[in-house]
Design a protein around this ligand. Structure first.
Ligand code: KIV
Ligand code: ZN
Length: 506
């Protein structure tokens, strides 16, 4: 049984998902959880693309010591220098250089001949090797590159010092047999192939990313690039949890292991979906709400008699708690702490105390508190920013023209209040908040969902708001969905208010 390296690119390719953008604090939080999950390599970002990405990579490089931290760069001097700078304090840094090689990209995007492509790739790899010993090269759109030319490119970059060669199916065009044949062709024809790790990187445009990755592993690839929940460009990347659990569950067939602590999968999936705002579809393999639910009576009966009748994996293996123990008003700090831990979360003392106080407030309003309620409180705690504006009270007059009256607390003593009209109650609330804070947001997305069932269920509101050219995400929970909406909007506004305050003080 040989080990397959898990290269996670949630923070880079995953963050390129339409609708997902993460700030530095959120990226660091995901990075910490990825390290707990025990991945081998973490692609932390693409430093040349923005100051924010540069800072995220350097912060992660400084803090995450037990995982190789990787930064992406085009085969361009300034990109490589920037990636090296961002990785300066990493314990185990990797620079990932990429350049497209397919005819379509050469002809229409790069306007470069084959010889020039090889020259640029080699130069990029050599430059990266001046900074670090661990260099990965990706011939972008490899699966649509002429096989002989791909052999030439791969051989040249390994000669130049690439320690990993990654073969991307950039546009999700490949099918398993053909993709496996590409890997086999490289193994058979690249003279120095044993001097580098062969990696695979698949996109999911035809829904084949995981199948292609597994076929490539069968053909000899020993590193696989993937993301949590399969998020990524367009239809996404290969899903980490599906690959890992396929290798684990079917080790009889694949004969490979990974270092992933599979019990951390559910917690990681929840943190990523919570922070990116990209919800996991109910029937998604491994991490979807229905993945281990048995609806049919025959199946339920079978599972009760012997779980392997209808379960090929045990829910506990991926970190699903065995029972959904109900907590309530009388549950104390100890029971709450135990439950948080069992759900796979770690809360530092101050975050724990605040979440516990929110739990107590919720228990006053809601008789039974389920795991989903506790997780919603934790997710909100994790996305909390120091509040400049806090909601003090809110009332709505839902006449023909809805009017929201809002009181906000600023700091300890100051209270401000105002009213505003709107097209509906939510619009009126957001307008009143804009008036009171002097910050105007354009609502891009608004979601409200019930965390559990029942009339007293906790409602979770999330908003994406465009303010001053940037998109900010806000989240909040409450048993009152109107209040949750107001608090979620304020959560986004507070992110901007903090930025304004920081700017003022510098
Ligand atoms: O899909 C792709 O080709 C990429 C490369 C940058 C590796 O993400
Ligand atoms: Zn990609």
């Amino acid at each position: 049984m040989s080990k397959i390296k898990i290269f996670d690119t949630t923070l880079r390719d995953g963050e390129q998902s339409p609708g997902a953008s993460l700030d530095q604090k959120e990226k660091l939080q995901i990075a910490r959880q990825l390290s707990t999950l025990n991945i081998d390599v973490m692609e932390a970002g693409f430093p040349i693309t923005s100051e924010g990405d540069f800072k995220s990579v350097s912060t992660i490089a400084k803090e995450i010591r037990d995982v190789t931290v990787c930064a992406l760069a085009r085969a361009v001097d300034k990109d490589i220098d920037c990636a090296a700078k961002a990785l300066k304090s990493a314990k185990s840094p990797r620079i990932h250089v990429f350049l497209a090689t397919s005819e379509i990209h050469r002809k229409f995007k790069l306007i470069k001949a084959k010889e020039e492509i090889i020259k640029t790739a080699v130069k990029g790899v050599k430059r990266a090797r001046k900074y670090v010993d661990d260099v990965e090269f990706s011939p972008e759109d490899a699966s649509r590159t002429e096989p002989d030319f791909l052999v030439e490119v791969v051989e040249a970059v390994i000669d130049a010092g690439a320690t990993t060669v990654n073969i991307p199916d950039t546009v999700g065009y490949a099918v398993p047999e053909q993709y496996a044949a590409i890997i086999k062709n490289l193994k058979d024809n690249v003279k120095n192939i044993n001097d580098a790790v062969i990696s695979v990187h698949c996109h999911n445009d035809l829904g084949l990313a995981v199948a292609n990755s597994l076929a490539a592993i069968k053909a000899g690839a020993t590193q696989v690039e993937c993301t949590i929940n399969g998020i990524g460009e367009r239809a996404g990347n290969a899903s980490l949890e599906e690959i890992v659990m396929a290798l684990k569950t079917r080790k009889d067939f694949f004969k490979h292991t990974t270092g992933i602590k599979t019990k951390e999968i559910i917690a990681t999936s929840k943190i990523v979906s919570g922070l990116t705002g990209l919800r996991v579809q109910r029937n998604k393999a491994i991490v979807g709400e229905n993945a281990f639910a048995h609806e049919s009576g025959i199946h339920q009966d079978g599972v009760l008699k012997e779980s392997t009748t209808y379960e090929i994996m045990r829910p506990e293996e991926v970190g699903l708690p065995k029972t959904n123990i109900v907590l309530g008003k009388l549950s104390g700090r100890h029971a709450f702490k135990k439950r948080v831990k069992a759900l796979g979360y770690y809360l530092p003392d101050d975050e724990f105390e605040h979440t516990f106080s929110q739990f107590k407030l919720l228990a006053d309003k809601k008789k039974e508190i389920y795991d989903q309620d506790i997780e919603a409180l934790i997710q909100v705690e994790k996305s909390e920013v120091p509040n400049i504006y806090e909601l003090d009270s809110l009332s709505i007059n839902c006449g023909p023209v809805p009017i929201a009256s809002i009181r906000l607390r600023i700091g300890k003593d100051k209270i401000v209040s105002d009213s505003a009209k709107g097209d509906g109650p939510i619009d009126a609330i957001f307008n009143a908040v804009d008036l009171l804070t002097g910050i105007t947001g354009t609502l891009l997305d608004y979601n409200i969902r019930s965390v559990t069932s029942g009339k007293d269920a906790l409602g979770e509101a999330s908003v994406d708001v465009e303010i001053e050219g940037n998109t900010y995400r806000g989240r909040a929970v409450s048993t009152d969905t109107i209040e949750a909406s107001a608090k979620a909007y304020l959560n986004a506004i507070n992110k901007v208010a903090i930025k304004h305050r920081k700017k003022k003080s510098t």
